[in-house]
Design a protein around this ligand. Structure first.
Ligand code: BJW
Length: 235
């Protein structure tokens, strides 16, 4: 029998124990800044320097040598390396911790903080420095149009075709460290329910927990390595 086909969806909770804040927890990002001020195309049009400031600070966090992938990122990378069947890791996170841990079959559906995009020519560039309204696009040389390569509210998430194809054929769907409040990612479990085994790994119950066949609560650095171990043992 061939190995089950797996789709894993991760959210901010998987990076929490590396030191990155989540969005909707009590100490999360949205408790400190308003979505409408920093995470919509309208906010960027209205006050681009404010939005750049918000993302420059978060990009600087990723450059900090102390920020490292944790045991959950590493376990998923190990699974990617040894799983003989289809596997796709879909992350909503804009950090680079999955890639740094070694995951290869990986899609960033909400973009990547270590990339910047030109709103004029659409070229996407690897980006580690701060952005400002005076930053020229390395491709078209225009200033005033560079933006973080992230997906704001009201914008279309990335790689949806590939994600949809993987969901269509998956036998196991695992959601890790996501509150399940942001669509379309929040709808993935309903899409596969009934034909794939669905598992939620989270610190605590979410509004969508009842949609999963199995739920396991605890910090990702504990639940994810344990779950990966079970999967690898089942081969
Ligand atoms: C731990 C842990 C530990 C903590 N271990 N766990 C009405 C109904 C339905 C949809 C809409 C609607 N009105 C508007 C919409 C659409 C909108 C939407 O969903 N809004 C909702 C708020 C209602 N969506 C969009 O606009 C999206 N685009 C779109 O829909 O396009 C149209 C379309 C049409 C048809 C098909 C497809 C598309 C775009 C959404 C963009 C989201 N962008 C952000 C910001 C990205 C850049 C940045 O980082 O700044 O993405 S918002 C933010 O939320 C970020 C995240 O990726 C996303 C999800 O958050 P996540 O990861 O779940 O984090 P939290 O904080 O919510 O949860 C953390 C969890 O971890 C918690 O559960 C904790 O318990 C847990 N945890 N510690 C394990 N140690």
């Amino acid at each position: 029998m061939s190995a089950p086909s797996i789709v894993i969806l991760t959210g901010a909770g998987i990076s929490r124990e590396s030191g990155l804040a989540t969005f909707r927890d009590a100490d999360g990002i949205w408790a400190k800044v308003r979505i409408e001020d920093v995470a919509t195309p309208e906010a960027f049009r209205r006050d681009p320097m404010r939005v750049h400031g918000f993302y420059n600070a978060r990009r600087a966090q990723l450059r900090d040598a102390a920020l490292q992938p944790n045991a959950a990122h590493l376990a998923l990378a190990e699974l990617d390396g040894c799983w003989p069947g289809d596997l796709l890791l879909v992350t909503q996170n804009v950090d680079d911790l999955h890639a740094r841990a070694g995951s290869r079959r990986l899609l960033h559906m909400h973009g990547e903080l270590m990339k910047a995009r030109c709103g004029r020519c659409e070229a996407v560039h690897p980006w580690a420095a701060d952005l400002s309204t005076g930053t020229p696009c390395p491709a078209c040389r225009q200033t005033g149009s560079m933006r973080p390569h992230v997906v704001w509210f009201g914008e279309m998430p990335l790689e949806l075709k590939q994600i949809s194809a993987a969901l269509d054929r998956c036998d196991l769907f695992v959601a890790i460290g996501t509150s399940g409040q942001v669509y379309p990612a929040a709808g993935f479990v309903a899409e596969v329910r009934g034909r794939a085994r669905t598992v939620e790994l989270n610190l605590e119950a979410t509004e969508g927990s009842r949609l999963f066949d199995e739920v396991r609560y605890g910090p990702a650095t504990q639940t994810v390595p344990a779950f990966v171990h079970e999967l690898v043992q089942s081969l």
